[in-house]
Unconditional design. Structure first.
Length: 325
């Protein structure tokens, strides 16, 4: 019996969300009084793998293969499932990331396991059953799901569990799973990453803007505010559709779903499609000159005012605060 956690990497480096999910898995392993084992797939440096021991992993299964240098979802699912069987893992933890959302159901099918995604808390455990709290209806509500099967798969929402360091060390063990030809019918030939920006799914702070900015030429004040905060920038769907901002910044039901600690919405009315992608944010601040904007109904804090007056003053106030802190 053990807990297995899949640790994603981006070009050989682990992201904050990786350490969140390892911390979550370690806390669960402690509740079950068992060991935590991590599985890493792809080219990751030994010191990066060893660092997982500081967050609770007692062993790291290192999967390296020419076939698995880039993310191939079916092949990765097979590798994770084989590792779970090898380690007799009855609980598997993943991040509810872009990759994790595709991997979790595939792994659950291969292991004949119960599955819950979008988990936000550790499960309540009674006998061999888990009760897990998760977000539902595009983050507009919470649900509790009971898992009764012998094997369980849990995908954890980003920014829902605090990173916790331990004092342990991890043994690294190479593993070569059997990859079938049917697992690699589709291969990734090229990956282009925006390396100069904070990735939206992992961002703790997000500054987002909509059509209230009137045009792409006014986006510099959004970027300046984001730079002061160390935040990622985002936009509403009409903005990306108009070509003002790149589509990878579009958040909402048909874009990227985010769950940062702070989401600042500037000049966005708050249509239900947009709210579906941001409602998991811990704190929402809305700046809009229309006091009847729907976004104010879900905001934790709201400022009724012209963005072109409010945002520069907010940026200057933040700069002044940081210079004296």
């Amino acid at each position: 019996m053990s807990v297995l956690v899949y640790v994603e990497n981006a070009e050989g480096n682990f992201k904050k969300s990786t350490y969140e999910v390892v911390s979550y898995a370690k806390a669960l392993a402690d509740l079950l009084n068992t060991d935590l084992i991590a599985i890493s797939i792809g080219e990751v440096a030994q010191d990066q793998l060893g660092k997982l021991g500081k967050y609770g992993a007692s062993k790291v299964i290192n999967v390296k293969s020419d076939i698995l240098k880039t993310f191939v979802i079916q092949a990765y699912a097979s590798a994770i499932s084989e590792a779970a069987k090898k380690e007799s893992a009855d609980v598997l933890i993943l991040a509810n990331s872009f990759s994790g959302k595709g991997l979790a159901p595939r792994v659950a099918v291969k292991l004949q396991a119960a599955l819950v995604d979008s988990a936000v808390e550790l499960p309540q455990i009674e006998n061999n059953s888990f009760t897990v709290k998760k977000t539902a209806f595009s983050g507009k509500a919470f649900a509790t799901v009971e898992l009764h099967s012998a094997i369980k798969v849990i995908a954890v929402n980003p920014n829902s569990f605090q990173v916790t360091e331990n004092s342990g060390t991890a043994n690294i063990e190479d593993f070569q799973p059997e990859i079938k030809d049917s697992d690699v019918r589709i291969t990734v030939t090229d990956v282009v990453r925006a390396t100069d920006k904070i990735a939206l799914p992992d961002a703790e702070l997000v500054v987002s803007a909509g059509r209230g900015l009137k045009g792409p030429e006014n986006w510099s004040m959004i970027e300046e505010l984001a730079d002061v905060l160390g935040a990622a920038t985002a936009c509403s769907k009409p903005v990306s559709d108009a070509g003002w901002r790149p589509h990878e910044e579009h958040v909402g039901q048909t874009g990227i779903a985010v769950s940062p600690n702070l989401y600042i919405a500037i000049g966005i009315s708050g249509a239900i499609q947009h709210l579906a992608g941001v409602s998991s944010s811990k704190t929402i601040v809305v700046i809009n000159k229309d006091p009847e904007a729907p976004f104010f109904k879900v905001a934790d804090y709201g400022i009724v005012g012209d963005a072109f007056e409010v945002v520069p003053k907010l940026t200057e106030a933040l700069k002044a605060y940081k210079s004296h802190s």
